[in-house]
Design a binder for this molecule. Structure first.
Ligand SMILES: [Zn+2]
Length: 87
């Protein structure tokens, strides 16, 4: 009877935020240490990255998709923490 399938409603991703700008390794104004900087970068990446934000339905848990940038950010955070501990 109904041979007209309802069209999938494609939603355009809002890419208005653009690229995440590189930040200086230590900001004298906020007085962040390298660990805090690395952590902030990781969080900022995860908030901006569609790959890292992908959730598993219906559990709403993060799918932990493979993201090179996310991996790099979390590795940088771990390295910074290790460096801070051994310093
Ligand atoms: Zn990512």
């Amino acid at each position: 009877m109904s041979d007209t399938e309802p069209r999938a409603n494609w939603q355009a991703r809002d890419g208005s935020s653009g690229r995440v700008q590189l930040q200086r390794i230590s900001d004298p104004e906020t007085d962040e240490n390298p660990v805090q900087v690395a952590y902030r970068r990781l969080i900022e990446h995860c908030e901006a990255c569609p790959t890292c934000r992908t959730l598993d339905e219906p559990s709403s848990k993060n799918k932990n998709l493979d993201c090179p940038e996310g991996k790099q950010a979390s590795q940088a955070y771990r390295d910074a923490r290790r460096a801070a501990i051994s310093a």
